[in-house]
Ligand binder design. Sequence first.
Ligand SMILES: Cc1cc2nc3c(=O)[nH]c(=O)nc-3n(C[C@H](O)[C@H](O)[C@H](O)COP(=O)(O)OP(=O)(O)OC[C@H]3O[C@@H](n4cnc5c(N)ncnc54)[C@H](O)[C@@H]3O)c2cc1C
Ligand code: SF4
Ligand code: SF4
Length: 1006
Amino acid sequence: MTETASNTLHGSKLQERLSREITGEVFFDAFNRGRYATDASFYQIMPAGVVVPRTVEEALRALAISRDAGRKVTPRGGGTSQCGQTINDGIIIDLSKHLNRLLSLDVENRTCLVESGIVLDDLNRQLKKHGLWFPVDVSTASRATIGGMAGNNSCGGRSLRYGTMRDNTLSMDAALADGTLMHFGEVSRDQPDSDEKASQLFRDMLALGAREADEIADKFPRVQRRVGGYNLDALVPRNVPNNMAHLLVGSEGTLAFTTQVELKLWPVIKNKVLGVCHFGSFYEAMDAAQHLVKLRPIAVELVDRTMIALGRDIAMFRPVIEATVKGDPDALLIVEFAEEDQSDNLHKLKQLSELMGDLGFGWNNPQRKWGGVVDVVEPATQTAIADFRTSGLNVMMSMKQEGKTVSFVEDCAVPLPHLADYTQRLNAIFAKHGTRGTMYAHASEGCLHVRPVLNLKLEKDVKAMRAIAEETFAMVREYKGSHSGEHGDGIVRSEFHETMFGSRIIADFKEVKARFDPGHTLNPGKIVDAPKMDDRSLFRYPPNYRIGELKTVFDWSAYPGAGGGLQGAVEMCNNNGACRKLEGGVMCPSYRTTRNEKDVTRGRANTLRLAISGQLGPDALSSDEMMDTMKLCVSCKACRHECPTGVDMAKMKIEVLAARREKHGLSLRDRLVGFLPHYAPLFSRVAPLANWRNKSKLLRALFERVAGISAKRDLPEWRRDVFAPDSEVFGPTDGHEVVLFADTFNRTYERENLDAALRVLVAGGYRVHIPQPADHGRPLCCGRTFLSAGLVDHARTELDRLVATYLPFAARGVPIVGLEPSCLLTLRDELLSLRSDETAKTISAHALMFEEFLVREAAAGRLSLPLSPIADKAIVHGHCHQKSFGAFKPVEQALRLIPGLNVETIESSCCGMAGAFGYDADTYQASIEMAELSLLPAVRRSDADTLVIADGTSCRHQIKDGTNRTALHVARALAMSLDGTLLRPNPHGEEKQTSAAENPIVPSNL
Ligand SMILES: Cc1cc2nc3c(=O)[nH]c(=O)nc-3n(C[C@H](O)[C@H](O)[C@H](O)COP(=O)(O)OP(=O)(O)OC[C@H]3O[C@@H](n4cnc5c(N)ncnc54)[C@H](O)[C@@H]3O)c2cc1C
Ligand code: SF4
Ligand code: SF4
């Protein structure tokens, strides 16, 4: 893990040269290297340096410079490999940031040419409009790159029809370690007798193929899912025309450095149906797979009893399970048919039922084995089943204990007739070693994903892993199966090639490697000459892995380890890379803007892990580099919700800020942000003076220099008429009670929203309480601004005041309703991490967003509002925290209470404003870029008559700044609908803001 002095010296010269000759990023510091030391395996190898080239030429220059300096070179895409093939101790060249273009597309012949760093989903988005797709649909499609997929010979869930990466790669351009750029494609066996390097190489490879043809036929398993070793079978005379690219596919960056790939494309699937086959025993399901594939489905996916049970426990999956799962099956096989014509699919479904009958299955017939088929024809239910399968896996991966599901025998493939025996014996092996595993995925290929639960920090579990691997691979060999059926070799599998293929084939592999890369520059130690898979010095958690004393501000006790559990929470990141997705959901807005590993949840989690375990030097947690790592995290909390293992970076960032404050004190900017609730009442009183900053160029510049607040931003306008009701209770005395939480932002800057909410609640017949603070002091606050400045003790004080005031209400079951998502949802989140007492839990359990409350009341038949139409259409931007806490759907539902309103959700990530983030001079630009990803263009596209809805104060501010459109809180739209009136845009496109004094939404007679 630590470098030698000579390495460092050598490294600095290399760094100098690379930095001079490469315009892309060159990293040699520990923080950045650390972020490239892991992939999705359990290994960690610290690289000497990292290069992120801007062009292919730069990538090849980096290769040449590193090679000349005697360094190993490892190309990298998304870094999602599970076997350790994407890490090494030389120079890592990351192609995903800049080399990611679709270079050309031939629609007629269904081919395209791409740069190797393009992400699969991104490619398919571009192909969709042409009715085409690239069908190697790996589960990691949102972040896996074509270069990495080719490197691993990846396979998708539908490989039964489409085959593996190798089957869909037409040609590749790639450089050898010596820099020779070659085209690898179909070649004739009669290679010209030329001195040209390519001809010589191809001649030698074809000769090797001819020489070893019998051995290859004998030793290579005859299953489609064989991705281990080099594809020597591509070289044999039987497989003409031989395609040299197919030798590179699956070579894991060890033979050549791929610059572009020519792919075979397919028409998009238009119609499909699913047959959910039920089985009373797991064995019967596995045994049936070999028969079901005869109907030529596109996929057969296994879901076992554990996953069904997990799904039933999750509210969002319960409906689809109830609709598609009958009785109490031990296993399901989900059979997918996708013929061009839907009537063919329906016919296949009928055949499937008949086949299950022929296999002896029947519902509730004592003469038959229990089981049968549930047809799923409706697309929405098909999608729900797909979501369930993926998310069920996520739940399995989110175990908080020290033992985790470990990937090392997870993708063995056996011929289908042996699948039932194989899985039965595999379970016995796990049990023998004191563990268990859940099985799921590609039954049609005999390739089930299975991960036993082990704690690789313990020597005994490492020993168990080795024993399980040896016994499993021996069994797979017995069945003439493949020990590497999907994820490749890396460190975890390469060692076993000799056992699986025999020593002669290993000698052939070595010959290939030596012929391509005699100097062992390209990713050495993978496929050939690999270390032992259980070499603990290569583990992410090596024997000397320790976390020192760690003071934390939050309660992390749901997790194991140091810092009251912070260690366990940080270690939840298994590097699967879901946070690198480029579209859909919210996670991770900063990465979507910069595409830097530093700015993604994974990069941050890895940095934290390395920091708290002392691998980044002393005081790393409070260092400048750590602050830089967290700088663009907008605390959107999307990762908390969307990361498969629930990594909650927003909360971890507060730990970093708190550590920083403790070590380095508080800046003026932090004071200004944090203490807003303290000085807001005073500034409101002197509003005209306080607003001077917005009017004066000089003051703007001064604020930027002194406090770091961007001169380009208007600050929210102070006003004297803040929300300060003269009564603590409104509405009918016999109405259902509710507390309205007047947060600092709405109270101070946008009282119209609180007025509107009050009006709506009263109109709905509720008795609305707005209690004065129990300590008779300043107005109440949730502590959000203090949290964002790392002032956790101050935040706790604010929350204590709030809890004391609201407890009498919550204790008798009165809901606490708020308008600002980041404030109200603090009561459901950070409050519980700061106070674990019953009182806090009571408050938290009663905290509801305004829309959640209305929708709940409407569902209970208790809400009746006399609403009138106000507009034809509304577009809605969801606040990130609403999405993270499942509180966004009610926003759409509440808006739909307005008659005739067509509600459309903007597919947006974070608005980029995120509290103070958008105001800071050094993050202003990133803030704008985040907003420009989708939110602002969507608002600009909408008609002037369309309502723009956003519940977040910051979101509304960003929309106003970026588009000059006024976005409304849902409460205001509903209040207007009570009157049937709407603010109309003036001729300049600006909506007229009604001041509360001018046009009070709260009637004086309340
Ligand atoms: C949760 C999860 C689910 C997964 N599901 C699947 C699945 O369904 N099917 C499947 O096949 N795999 C799966 N994988 C494994 C992995 O995601 C895939 O193999 C993926 O295709 C790797 O792409 P990548 O861009 O992350 O490659 P990387 O990990 O970055 O690289 C993979 C290999 O290719 C080499 N490489 C990368 N770029 C180049 C280049 N330009 N030239 C030469 N070599 C290069 C690297 O050195 C490395 O050896 C899964 C992984 C996880 C964590
Ligand atoms: S942070 Fe979550 S989504 Fe990102 S790599 Fe880690 S586990 Fe995966
Ligand atoms: S909180 Fe948001 S910005 Fe920060 S790491 Fe998580 S997803 Fe990314």
